[in-house]
Design a protein around this ligand. Sequence first.
Ligand code: NAD
Length: 329
Amino acid sequence: MHSILIIGCGSIGERHLRCFQKTGRCEPGVCDANAALLQEVGARYGVPTFPDLTTALNAKSWDAIVICTPAHTHLAIARAGAAHGAALFIEKPLAVSLDEVDETRTALAASGRFNAVAYVYHSFPWVAGARAFLLKGSLGRPLHASVVAGQHFPTFRPAYRQIYYTRHETGGGAIQDALTHLVNAMEWLIGPMSRVFCDASHQQLEGVTVEDTVNVSARHGDVLVSYAMTQFQAPNESTLQIHCENGSVKIESHTRRWGVMRRGDDDWTWHTTPPLERDDLFITQANAFIDGMEGKATPLSTFDEAVQTLRFNIAALRSVSTGLPITIP
Ligand SMILES: NC(=O)c1ccc[n+]([C@@H]2O[C@H](COP(=O)([O-])OP(=O)(O)OC[C@H]3O[C@@H](n4cnc5c(N)ncnc54)[C@H](O)[C@@H]3O)[C@@H](O)[C@H]2O)c1
């Protein structure tokens, strides 16, 4: 049994706690600066609680730490965890600037323990299935891709006005909070983004001023890619299409399926995952992380893949503020 400390037991931290518990492969503890929340969550799941990271790290030797605090705190906690000798699972986005990236990468390498970033699309069977198919190369090179995605954020995250989401400095806004998932997924499918031209605006969400709507025209190397996303729309849908030399791949997250249409085909050939609970995807992800701790291969986002997506987040925000396309080095 692995001892795993979940730091931050808000929305995603509680989900990770529940889903790591359900793997049956670990004994979790939780840490949160909010004492009332900590006691409530600790009691609900019957796990030990710690009021701060230092107390938790002094209490015992943890095999792993799952970092579920707001993004601007991720890398400092990661370095403390690396010094402790723990494996690390860091929530997305990795950070809000590149300032601490190099020293954190050095600290992770020195610890020698497994680490990954929780871009959960890597654990969606319909994304992994499409990727495995694309990698076989039978459709030839990708040439163009598009992403159309969104949901009604207040329905899924009613507390959005009270959390990190309200400010860019803490990881808020549609680009860093939501679009980052889709860009990371597209980078996993076709390679890293190299140029971004981004338009974004606050169109509707009440009580915040950060952007809730984003249009991106990008290049991932030679592939032209467009992204369109809102956080006020009624449908909770994400559709990714990748058009290659000899045919196309479509991923529909909301219908749990991916499909292929080769040139000359009349219709899509679909591969559909049976209905599942949202927690099932996070249990899959937790098992993948524990696999990684045990030295097995995993599909999870690496630290450097998440740094690449962080470069997108930063470049996109700069493109919005300058009105210019930005090259991602
Ligand atoms: N992968 C996903 O699907 C997904 C979903 C939601 C959020 N997230 C990410 O997870 C992170 C947290 O999001 P959330 O929605 O759970 O936020 P949240 O505000 O609900 O929870 C964050 C918790 O961290 C605690 N905290 C903050 N700083 C702390 C510190 N230094 N020590 C101990 N506790 C501290 C807060 O008290 C709070 O309870 C963000 O980076 C967010 O982008 C990912």
